[in-house]
Design a protein around this ligand. Structure first.
Ligand code: 5AD
Ligand code: FES
Length: 331
């Protein structure tokens, strides 16, 4: 689709049912009915950056900060593998405590478990990304957040849009399965820019795209901003499935925060991945990117059981594979 077609769909709600069922059909034809579960380890909530929307921004002094060190991190990884996860995702704020050597040590240990490994630890240099790749990392998640340069600048003090984009191209060049995505509903974000975001995902040849509605956090400069719209975020997600048919698309936690059935609705509107948390309860509430995050009081076993039950209830199955992108035709 070109930009105008997408803008038209995003601005008009009369064809939403068509859009969601079309995305569901394209999901079924291209990536099948299996849902890939990725075990998420949020290992540090310490962040040097100042993203205006994020509760973990360094200026927020009300967060109780934590770091999970290697040995404890490995216990979560082992437990997740025993529970059936074939992919682990290590996510953190931009925390320089974990330098390249420390990360490489962690990566080597985790890769002994025969899992696919995804990192989501922010903007790094080409050489750092290369060291992680050589140590065995398979995938990397780095949302562009928005392709509207002016909005990007407003939302990210002291950060560079060009550098973020460069990071994504570096990751692709190094052979990572590259995940990106955007927020939907940032203050002053336009429908036109959302269409541009989708064109960017296509241009990058993103292997995974995660979409979530913006949820205002009390302890940020955007405390009083309007929250993003669940249905608009879902429409962006559905358009991504239609335009990038064979990629992996997660039903995100932010979707479920705004709608109690959000992940299942997403799985029926184009998504094929869920990323349940596999760390213990003591850390969950502290990784408060946005308020009212789900699964704060659950443990890894409860989340696994919960999401498996919901997925099976809609007639889908849980994949036992690592879930790499399988390219179709000439994509
Ligand atoms: N609301 C929704 N999503 C958010 N993220 C950060 N802050 C918020 C918020 N307030 C998302 C960003 C980031 C991902 C880890 O969480 O898109 O890339
Ligand atoms: Fe955590 Fe449902 S996935 S409780």
């Amino acid at each position: 689709m070109n930009s105008n077609e997408m803008i038209e769909i995003l601005s008009d709600n009369t064809n939403n049912d068509w859009l969601f069922s079309e995305a569901d059909k394209i999901r079924h034809e291209n990536v099948g009915d299996e849902v890939h579960l990725r075990g998420l380890i949020e290992f540090s909530n310490i962040c040097k950056r100042q993203c205006k929307y994020c509760g973990l921004r360094s200026a927020n002094k009300e967060v109780e900060r934590y770091r999970i060190l290697k040995d404890e991190l490995l216990t979560y990884a082992q437990k997740a593998v025993k529970m059936g996860y074939r992919t682990l995702v290590l996510q953190s704020g931009e925390d320089d405590f974990y330098d390249t050597d420390k990360m490489v040590e962690i990566i080597r240990e985790i890769k002994k478990l025969d899992v696919a490994l995804t990192l989501s630890i922010g903007e790094k240099t080409y050489d750092e990304y290369k060291a992680f790749k050589n140590a065995g990392v398979d995938r990397y998640l780095l949302r562009i957040e928005t392709t509207d340069k002016k909005l990007y600048g407003n939302m990210h003090p002291n950060a560079s849009y060009e550098n973020r984009k460069q990071c994504l191209y570096d990751l692709k060049r190094l052979g990572y399965e590259t995940g990106t995505g955007c927020l939907v509903g940032l203050p002053n974000q336009t429908i036109e820019s959302l269409a541009d975001d989708i064109l960017f995902f296509k241009e990058l040849d993103a292997d995974m795209v995660g979409i979530g509605p913006f949820i205002p956090h009390e302890q940020t400069p955007l405390a009083d901003a309007k929250k993003g719209d669940f249905w608009l975020a879902l429409k962006v997600m559905a358009l991504i499935r239609i335009n990038l048919p064979d990629i992996n698309i997660p039903a995100t936690t932010a979707m479920e925060t705004l709608n109690p059935n959000g992940r299942i609705i997403a799985l029926k509107s184009g998504a094929n991945v869920v990323m349940p948390n596999v760390t213990s309860k003591e850390y969950r509430a502290k990784y408060e990117i946005y308020p009212n995050k789900i699964c704060i009081n659950e443990n890894p076993e409860q989340c696994r059981g919960c999401i498996e039950g919901k997925i099976k209830a809609i007639g889908r199955t849980i994949s036992g594979e690592k879930g790499f992108r399988q390219r179709k035709n000439n994509s």
